[in-house]
Design a binder for this molecule. Sequence first.
Ligand code: GLN
Length: 284
Amino acid sequence: MSKEEDRRIDAVLDDAVTRLASASDSPRLDAELLLCHSIDLPRSYLFAHPEDTLDEKTFSRFDALLRRRLRGEPMAYITGTKEFWSRELLVSPATLVPRPETELLVDLALREIPRKAEWQILDLGTGSGAIAIALAAERMMCEITAVDISDTALAIARENARQHSLVNITFAQGSWADPVRGRRFDLIVSNPPYVRTGDAALAELRHEPVEALAAGADGLDAIRALAADCGQILRRGGALLIEHGADQYDDVAAILAASGWTDISNYKDFAGHPRVTAARQGDK
Ligand code: GLN
């Protein structure tokens, strides 16, 4: 039984921050969000009522979440949500946690799509549906097709589309372009797996689905598949936008050029890293 003064909100938070220091880059924020999740109240409550005491049950609920975070589980899996493009999305261990740098891909796609366009847009490897949902919300007249090989990921993506009341997304299960062969799109976007299978970073990312992260010895297997398959399903002049690793731009450009893509250009993320490559489908 913990002592009552040890269960005061301010004391609980201070203790959690100390414990999280080695496990997180943002120990105070994490501690506050985990506590909010345990008491089901907004963050402002913590600042307004630092002297409130947690009952035993709430305290142990919080402690259980804290232990998960201390074992390296991403905040998004513990709280079940992640913000992307200013929307709260459901995530689960079946989906990659959407990354802020992927907003660059959304931004570039939106620059490509005229405001009143009625385009067919394809998102390959949609995961939680983050990119598809952002595009569907910003371009209501467009039809987004979102593909993923994982049924469990698609269930999350579908639920996200439902929660955001988006009716202009269709979901399809399968490997890359397989479920949409024979169709034609105006734009194709993808945040495929691109980490090298031997990359030490995978240990850090161990809670996330490895099939959404790793793509062969050089991390480029998925991008090779996209370069080979997307040409046939993209209209002439249409763009393919692919996210990739910071050091993969030259390789990605070479792969695309070898498959006949033109106008290959690269864009940097907010950290200044080459992150998205765009290419066009020229004359064939
Ligand atoms: N950007 C992610 C990371 O390395 C990888 C995401 C991906 O493979 N698509 O943390």
